[in-house]
Design a protein. Structure first.
Length: 168
């Protein structure tokens, strides 16, 4: 449905959303170059109304649980979001609403962070902690150009979004 690439590296797909129906996404895939298999960035729970998400924020705050990111609204999928960590360290997202597409075989939409892929209103930056996955891995896992030495990238939108490619 949609994917995002860094502003500085337009051929590096770092996140994509796929679906089997009209929803903005059922599954999100994020690039992880840690070398540790079986990691997950976050688990999401959908609520029908934005008020459900805001009620969740109130409950978290009353329980003295830190909110990692949000509440806000993603540009990708137009879903409202709120991220926090459960006591074991796994990131949890509460989300609601979102766009719908009834166009069969539509072309995926390319996003840049500067366009608001992470936060529609572009008034806040996503915290660096959001690139961490669970369980923790030694060293960087997010494909930052500096960490990659400018050598590796991921192919742009294609049937295999996350196939590695070495530029020569």
């Amino acid at each position: 449905m949609e994917y995002t690439v860094p502003d500085e590296v337009p051929n590096l797909v770092v996140f994509t959303q796929i679906t089997t129906n009209e929803k903005s996404h059922d599954l999100g895939l994020i690039a992880d170059f840690s070398g540790v298999p079986g990691r997950i960035n976050h688990l999401a729970f959908f609520g029908l109304e934005v008020e459900d998400l805001l009620r969740g924020a109130d409950i978290l705050l009353e329980a003295r649980t830190a909110i990692e990111y949000g509440p806000g609204q993603h540009g990708m999928g137009e879903q409202h979001y709120l991220y926090f960590r459960e006591p074991g360290g796994m990131r949890i997202e509460l989300n609601s609403d979102g766009s719908r597409s009834y166009v069969p075989d539509c072309e995926p939409v390319k996003w840049l962070p500067s366009q608001g892929s992470n936060t529609m209103y572009r008034n806040t930056s996503m915290p660096d902690s959001m690139t961490e996955s669970f369980p923790p891995a030694p060293g960087p896992s997010f494909p930052e150009p500096a960490a990659m030495g400018g050598q590796e990238s991921v192919a742009p939108a294609s049937p295999n979004f996350f196939s590695k490619r070495v530029q020569g």
